[in-house]
Write a new protein. Structure first.
Ligand code: ZN
Length: 473
């Protein structure tokens, strides 16, 4: 993500840390395991940065979403078919779902009991589910979706626009338009079918499928086969100039709001997507997904750009006055490796996303004839507040300078210390070995030490979390 420069509003943190299962059960008022060992899944992933988000007891493999959205009534109706496997013996489990009404829920084709508890959909299957059991949940739901009420990051969740809707947001947004295990630690593949009135575009993640029309409605189909964190899903409906083609043998779909200039800064920046992604692949290793693209929206409430998987979404302010801005494109495309393919396990490690994406901006700028990465490093070093840590920045600072710029400084300090060859070998080993999965800061340090055959923990500690300016390498 890149913000357009607004100061985030402070938000009180929930003081929940390192939830144990027992605490989760206590807080959520769940019952203990019965005599056969079956118990309810946790109602929370145990991540203090996003209390209440995610759930325990199962692992989703695939979401099949079939939604219809009518901009004239703002109503969305949907059916979510979720294929998962239990990770414990389950008597019941939760999905995250914000607002919206639930009609029927089935588990393995048998009607299941369900109830709502704030942002939770609590499902009690007819038959309890043993540990390691694959199962399929089908949820029929609908209503008028809502935004995420968190002022820290600008508007997120499901926004109704003049011509349609925009659903995206970090750290959570997916639960505003489908039932989901809404935490990046549970990645899954997606098939998304979106039915909208003829003439409107319905854009989402991944490879485009066949479009079909009937009775004044058109169904757009998208398929993301590589595991995706839920916050990286998006849905954009409206009047867009959609350009479809292929790049390096894979589909590339870009879309710019029809209310923005056809040859303005947004369009010309987005047109460089293939060129920029190829440059980044030359540094980070092969592009990790089956499709490329990007979407520029015109709604001012989207005060950021977000690296939604294979198809980032850019707010309009990045391209004010028709200025091209390939730097923001480089940032969001770098996330396809750092954040999307290799995802964080806990939000406290968000510098693993933003530090590398910010560093990619420096690499791109140097490649594009601007300032060198070394010069950007020196300028940033001079203005950095070393009292703020990059790792575990606190919920209110998860999109702060320490995560982005201090993170980038740490990346460049690593490069200066181990040399270019070893540095880029570390990055490519990271993006290869961890592709499609999750990782932590400790995982990165261990991998960098293994690849370089050097002790790097003290160096990275100093650059990421130390309280004083580190010695320049
Ligand atoms: Zn970012």
């Amino acid at each position: 993500m890149v913000l357009t420069g607004r100061t985030p509003r402070r938000r009180r943190l929930a003081t929940v840390t390192a939830l144990t299962c027992a605490v989760v059960l206590g807080v959520m008022g769940c019952t203990a395991a019965d005599s056969d060992g079956f118990r309810p899944g946790a109602a929370d992933a145990g991540d203090s940065y996003v209390p209440g988000r995610g759930n325990g007891g199962y692992d989703v493999a695939h979401y099949n979403l079939d939604v219809r959205y009518d901009p004239t009534t703002d109503r969305l109706t949907g059916r979510a078919t979720i294929a998962a496997t239990t990770t414990q013996a389950l008597s019941r489990f939760n999905l995250d779902l914000a607002g919206l009404d639930v009609g029927a829920v089935t588990v393995d084709k048998t009607r299941a009991e369900h109830r709502r508890d704030d942002g939770e959909l609590v499902v009690t299957p007819h038959d309890r589910l043993p540990r390691g059991r694959p199962f399929t949940v089908v949820v029929d739901y609908g209503g008028v979706p809502t935004a995420v009420a968190d002022g820290a990051l600008g508007s997120g969740g499901f926004l109704h626009t003049d011509d349609g809707a925009i659903a995206l947001g970090q750290p959570d947004s997916a639960a505003t338009w489908f039932p989901v295990n809404d935490h990046p630690s549970d990645k899954a593949s997606y098939d998304i079918a979106v039915t909208v009135p003829d003439g409107l575009s319905a854009l989402s993640n991944g490879v485009p499928g066949p479009k079909t029309s009937a009775d004044g409605w058109t169904t757009w189909r998208w398929s993301e086969r590589t595991p995706m964190a839920s916050y990286l899903s998006t849905l954009v409906v409206g009047n867009y100039r959609v350009v479809s083609g292929s790049h390096a043998g894979r589909p590339i779909v870009t879309a710019v709001s029809a209310s923005l200039p056809a040859t303005g800064g947004a369009a010309t920046s987005l047109a460089r997507t293939g060129e920029i992604v190829d440059f980044l692949a030359s540094r980070f290793g092969p592009y990790p997904f089956d499709s490329y693209g990007g979407i520029v929206v015109a709604d001012d409430r989207i005060g950021y750009a977000l690296e939604t998987q294979s198809r980032p979404v850019y707010g309009p302010a990045f391209f004010t006055d028709d200025r091209p801005n390939p730097g923001v494109v480089a940032h969001e495309l770098a996330h396809q490796w750092f954040g999307d393919s290799v995802s964080l396990s806990r939000w406290g490690d968000i510098w693993l996303n933003e530090g590398f994406a910010s560093y990619a901006e420096w690499l791109w700028e140097e490649h594009d004839g601007g300032r060198t990465a070394q010069r950007n490093f020196e300028l940033q070093y001079a203005v950095t507040d070393w009292s703020q840590p990059s790792v575990e920045p606190g919920r209110e600072r998860m999109f702060g300078t320490a995560v982005y710029k201090r993170g980038a400084l740490a990346v460049h300090a690593l490069r200066r210390t181990v040399g270019d060859d070893t540095f880029f070998r570390i990055l490519r080993t990271w993006t290869t070995e961890r592709a499609g999965g999750n990782a932590t800061t400790a995982d990165f340090v261990a991998l960098a030490e293994r690849v370089s055959n050097r002790q790097l923990r003290p160096l990275l500690d100093a650059w990421l979390v130390g309280g004083a300016a580190p010695t320049l390498p």
